[in-house]
Ligand binder design. Structure first.
Ligand code: ZN
Length: 233
């Protein structure tokens, strides 16, 4: 994406350099759209031989919606604060999370590291100090729960609602029983004493609702990106 000279984003990038805020925003937008694009391709039949066919799967679509929501929410979380120092702090916290996660992969896989985790985190601290931001706060990675709640608060003043949608999508990805019973249409096919056998089918009502929710977050992310990329004068 092209960052407009004199825009809030351009200033953010200078402060956070080399961990540009705009790059994190572009990357997260691509990942969010990538997920909903996959969903559309999975739902739609072949344009040539089955244009009217739709496929409704039970759980995997919610995994895609989760990826879309988390990444769109990440953009909103990054760009929502009015203060540059807070936006840059959030960008640095993302980088700290990146350092910690990538180091954990090297640890688990026994892969060599180019730089130690301590050195990489120290660099994040130095960038924070350079901009008058708390170094201790900058190396504290955010959780997806924090990110999603902040996005819900910003978009609709309802952090809890966003968390519920995100939790439902996550739980479907994990195959958690409560989510499977809540998200899908179900029919009891057999009941013996306290044991029930349930047949589930995809609920178009719930799926449509979740798609609308995820697309709402994506739309807000793009709008906010444009707002922060506009010079004030
Ligand atoms: Zn075909």
């Amino acid at each position: 994406m092209l960052v407009s000279a004199g825009s809030p984003l351009a200033g953010d990038d200078r402060w956070a350099d080399p961990f540009q805020v705009s790059h994190a925003v572009s990357s997260a937008l691509v990942v969010a759209v990538d997920h909903v694009h996959c969903l559309r391709r999975a739902v739609n039949g072949c344009a040539d031989c089955a244009p009217n066919e739709v496929t409704l799967l039970l759980n995997s679509y919610y995994s895609l919606l989760r990826g879309a929501m988390e990444n769109a929410a990440r953009v909103v979380w990054l760009l929502a604060p009015e203060q540059r120092s807070e936006r840059v702090l959030r960008r640095l916290r993302l980088q700290a999370g990146n350092v910690i996660q990538s180091d954990a992969v090297c640890e688990a896989g026994g892969f060599p590291r180019n730089k130690s985790k301590a050195d990489r985190l120290k660099r994040v601290e130095e960038i924070a100090q350079r901009s008058g931001i708390s170094a201790a706060a900058a190396v504290k990675p955010p959780t997806n729960r924090e990110i999603v709640r902040a996005a819900g608060e910003f978009i609709a003043r309802d952090a809890g609602h966003a968390e519920v949608v995100w939790r439902a999508c996550s739980a479907a990805a994990h195959g958690d029983t409560w989510a499977l019973l809540s998200l899908h249409d179900r029919q009891v096919s057999d009941q013996v004493n306290d044991v029930v056998t349930v047949q589930t089918t995809a609920s178009t009502r719930v799926l449509t609702t979740m798609v609308v929710e995820a697309l709402g977050v994506i739309k807000s992310a793009f709008v906010l990106r444009d707002v922060r990329n506009r010079p004030p004068y």
